[in-house]
Design a binder for this molecule. Structure first.
Ligand code: COA
Length: 260
């Protein structure tokens, strides 16, 4: 696959996607959104890849938002279509991947950039990162899931304040409010993220995929999360990973999960 706006690498079971438009602070144009979808799909379909990391090129920005130059002249219908296509192709797609996706937020994560990080399963920020949803300062609202996922992560009141002020918060504030799981010095961001990925990779990929599905069920309209948990819990008993995990425990050895 040839990509113009992203870089893909994989090593030791970790797939890394780097958004690579540093001269535009990695702003998400439509082409980049499509490439991210395709890159994530190919990593998710690769059984060797156990965890995916998304980051931005350079030391300044993760992603400084949707590419404003692309939608500045859109009509009402085009605006709605932009949000719908982006949500389906990238943001909901990431959230529902059964491979864990970690955002390594290496600088500005604004608008669509913060929405991208929030669609990932886990967020780690570098100490220089700044996060916000500045859309109302442009006369628009977050369109890639920000009005839904920010309240889920930080609570309704804090989300309302961030959205209405259009302001930025520091990595430390993001940590305090639960928006990111960890804050680390920028130079250590990727190593730290990879070490977290390695801890995840020791566990059953099948069980992790089902856990993601059941956690997400709590936030999905018309789906009962407890029912999803019961069904997925039962399904685990029919997997090779469950046999391996329980057998390894009883034999006092480390499990060697095959992901089946
Ligand atoms: N869409 C399109 N281009 C963007 C962009 C975006 N969201 N964010 C940054 N860029 C471009 C700038 O236009 C500039 O391009 P140019 O050199 O061709 O003029 C380049 O990236 C560098 O940005 P610049 O604004 O010069 O950097 P800065 O350090 O002065 O400011 C920010 C950094 C993040 C504060 C500022 O770029 C910004 O406010 N960006 C928009 C954030 C936003 O509103 N995002 C939500 C979009 S819905």
């Amino acid at each position: 696959m040839n990509f113009e706006n992203i870089l893909i690498a994989s090593e030791n079971g970790i797939g890394q996607i780097t958004i690579n438009r540093p001269s535009k602070l990695n702003a998400l144009n439509v082409a980049t959104i499509k490439e991210l979808h395709d890159g994530l799909e190919s990593l998710n379909n690769n059984p060797e890849i156990k965890v995916i990391i998304i980051t931005g090129e350079g030391e300044k920005a993760f992603v400084a938002g949707a590419d404003i130059s692309e939608f500045a002249h859109f009509t009402v219908d085009q605006g709605a279509q932009l949000a719908q296509q982006g949500q389906e192709l990238l943001f909901n797609f990431i959230e529902n991947l059964n491979t864990p996706v970690i955002a390594a937020v290496n600088g500005f994560a604004l608008g669509g950039g913060l929405e991208l990080a929030m669609a990932c399963h886990i967020r780690i920020a570098s100490d220089n990162a700044k996060m916000g949803l500045p859309e109302v300062s442009l006369g628009v609202i977050p369109g890639y899931g920000g009005t839904q996922r920010l309240p889920q992560l930080v609570g309704k009141g804090r989300a309302m304040e961030m959205i209405m002020t259009a302001g930025m918060i520091t990595a430390e504030e993001a940590y305090r409010t639960g928006l990111v799981n960890h804050v680390v010095p920028q130079a250590e961001l990727l190593d730290f993220t990879k070490s977290l990925a390695q801890r995840i990779m020791k566990n059953s990929p099948v069980a992790i995929g089902k856990a993601i599905e059941s956690v997400n069920a709590n936030f999905t309209d018309g789906v009962n999360g407890f029912d999803s948990e019961i069904i997925n819990f039962g399904k685990c008993f029919g997997t090779g990973d469950f046999i391996e995990g329980t057998t390894a425990f009883l034999e006092k050895r480390k499990a060697d999960f095959k992901g089946n």
